[in-house]
Design a protein around this ligand. Structure first.
Ligand code: BTN
Length: 266
């Protein structure tokens, strides 16, 4: 991978022996690292496999959107996990990913990093990273693909006009180029650490860290999913990763499982 800030071997050796430590598949161009990771999972690839690409031609975003993936400036990577947990708990790993990525981002940009439900990473209110989790099941065994798209060195003027106001990159926020190799190592390390915590101690520490990084708790939000609009004050998240909102004093707490959330009142 050109411009990773050093040869690929250096990256491999920095992560050797870690929970998220390869095998690594480096692609100069691929339709979607998630799609390739799902294919590798079907072929039996090990937990800890990482697919990285310089560019994606059909990067997948949440809610069937396209993830713009220009070459040479950002990170597009997918991690394969094979957690031996109940299917209903798999969503917890999506939240875990948000916490791990937030910590990796904070290594270069300590101020202003927050998580917007379900798992957008924002810096000072602008989206710097999106996470898309996909799953496949073979013979009753689950493989989870966690796809991470992190804007590293893209310049504001290179975002498409519709994203220019709402998106940002590490370079825009720190005022300097950030090594994609270092960010890859930080992401895999933080992810591995949180995954081990989760397997050992369960979801509670993950939820605590997620809530501490959340920009939404206590705020009034509007969530739009298809034609449905819901508004209320965020009280937290539940064990399935659903957003909990209170729509009126005394009303039952509502669970929201999908949609786009915006803060309407601080
Ligand atoms: C979102 O909509 O916020 C989620 C975007 C996830 C994008 C990443 S880039 C690497 C991986 N491969 C994909 O096709 N999508 C994810």
């Amino acid at each position: 991978m050109n411009g990773m800030g050093g040869p690929e071997e250096a990256l491999l050796s920095r992560l050797a022996g870690q929970r998220i430590g390869g095998p690594f598949f480096f692609q100069s161009s691929v339709d979607s690292t998630n799609r390739l990771a799902l294919e590798l999972a079907k072929g039996g690839t090990a937990e800890g496999t990482v697919v990285l690409a310089e560019r994606q031609t059909a990067g997948r975003g949440r809610l069937q959107r396209i993830w713009q993936s220009p070459p040479g400036c950002n990170l597009y990577l997918s991690i394969v996990l094979r957690p031996d947990i109940a299917p209903q708990d798999l969503a917890q790993i999506t939240l875990l990913a948000g916490v791990a990525v937030a910590e990796a981002i904070a290594t270069v940009c300590p101020e202003g990093v927050g998580i917007k439900w379900p798992n957008d990473l924002l810096i000072r209110g602008r989206k710097v990273c999106g996470i898309l989790t996909e799953m496949r099941t073979d013979a009753g065994k689950h493989a989870l693909i966690v796809g991470i798209g992190l804007n590293v060195n893209i310049s504001r003027e290179d975002f498409s006009p519709e994203l220019r106001q709402s998106a940002t990159s590490l370079k825009e926020e720190t005022g300097r180029e950030v090594s994609r190799g270092d960010m890859t190592v930080a992401l895999c390390e933080r992810f591995g650490k949180w995954y081990e915590t989760f397997l050992r101690d369960g979801f509670d520490p993950v939820r605590e860290a997620w809530l501490a990084r959340s920009i939404m708790v206590g705020k009034t939000v509007r969530v739009i999913f298809r034609e449905e609009v819901q508004e209320g004050t965020v009280t937290g998240i539940d064990r399935d990763g659903a957003l909990l909102i209170c729509t009126a004093p005394g009303a039952a707490i509502r669970r929201i499982t999908a949609g786009d959330a915006t803060i309407v009142k601080e």
